[in-house]
Design a protein around this ligand. Structure first.
Ligand SMILES: Nc1ncnc2c1ncn2[C@@H]1O[C@H](COP(=O)(O)OP(=O)(O)OP(=O)(O)O)[C@@H](O)[C@H]1O
Ligand SMILES: [Mg+2]
Length: 301
């Protein structure tokens, strides 16, 4: 178990930014942390990294409570904060040397050069951070989060502000790093989660509203529906089709049937059997993909 939050509540005055949040991220997992603006993602990440205390509850990283082991844990955690605060007046290489120095890294020069190379900063490393474009500043942020080879990475919107090419590169970098690290990343880009995360935690108004493996996302919401379009070679008995378990309703639309189905049941084999049993030829059977985006809307609107 690499990161665990148990009954975390965080108040700002009378506002509950986090309300009894509990989850566990296992060692080696890449988990996407989603939620609308103000849901509490950054607050939770600051608590995990020891930058902000919780009002109540216990957060552990590598089995150690963050409150008591904050200093030790900083060596094990790499953190890319929201808004990526950097010293604009320092040079990239100098800044990374400085960060490595804080961690008292041995072989610092080689480690700085290795991380510059790994984050694609070689051509920019001689510049002042203030002179870098937004995307390259984001890479410096990633480099400082990675330089001490942490076991756990907490990345608050790591691809914000990157161009489409850089997004792909940074995602690849995260996936590559993720092979031997535990990663929690927040993002507003659903494709990002679909591309790199094994698990998804969705928060809304400070509460966890979903915690699922990425492939189980379509069945997240009890009562969620999927639309299947079917066309047979001739009209069929709609009432009989509607009696199949999992089918909510069937509506004819031209030659086709629009079938509303419970998302957690795959009714396609039963529809195929229905066609065979009734001597119908199946001309079309297509299921609308119910992606993370629609689940996100349903859970957080
Ligand atoms: N230091 C603070 N003082 C007062 N309120 C705060 C503070 N930090 C966060 N909040 C409030 O807590 C709530 C959660 O904020 P948080 O930054 O965690 O959201 P978020 O999920 O990261 O949102 P976004 O997607 O916009 O980054 C918000 O209502 C925010 O205004
Ligand atoms: Mg945030």
């Amino acid at each position: 178990m690499s990161v665990s939050a148990k009954n975390i509540t965080r108040l700002f005055g009378s506002q509950k930014a986090l309300d009894d949040v509990t989850f566990t991220i296992n060692s080696g997992e890449i988990v996407g942390f989603l939620g609308p603006n103000g849901a509490g993602k950054s607050t939770m990440m600051k608590i995990i990294t020891g930058y902000l205390p919780a009002t109540s509850g216990v957060t552990k990283v590598c089995g150690l409570p963050v409150d008591e082991y904050s200093l030790e844990l900083r060596k094990k955690i790499g953190y890319l904060p929201e808004h990526n605060p950097l010293y604009l007046d320092t040079y990239v290489r100098e800044y990374l040397d400085m960060v490595g120095g804080i961690y008292k890294l041995t072989g610092l020069k080689q480690k700085t050069e290795a991380i510059i190379d790994r984050t694609g900063l070689t051509a920019e490393a001689h510049k002042k951070i203030g002179a870098l474009s937004k995307g390259y500043r984001q890479r410096v942020g990633l480099a400082q989060a990675l330089i001490h080879d942490p076991e756990v990475l907490i990345l608050d919107e790591p691809t914000t502000g990157l161009d489409p090419n850089q997004i792909v590169e940074v995602r690849n970098l995260i996936t590559e790093i993720g092979r031997d690290k535990t990663i929690m990343l927040s993002t507003h880009i659903m494709q990002e989660v679909e591309a790199i995360c094994e698990r998804v935690i969705i928060v809304n108004k400070g509460r966890v509203v979903a915690d699922e493996r990425a492939e189980g996302i379509a069945s997240l919401k009890p009562g969620a529906e999927v639309i299947i379009t079917v066309e047979f070679d001739r009209p069929c008995e709609i009432k009989q089709l509607e009696s199949i378990e999992g089918i909510n309703s069937v509506k004819p639309e031209g030659e086709k049937l629009i079938i509303n189905v419970q998302a957690n049941i795959d009714v396609r084999p039963a529809i195929f059997r229905f066609a065979v049993d009734n001597g119908l030829i199946l001309l079309e059977l297509s299921q609308e993909e119910r992606g993370l985006e629609s689940v996100f809307h349903e859970l957080t609107m």
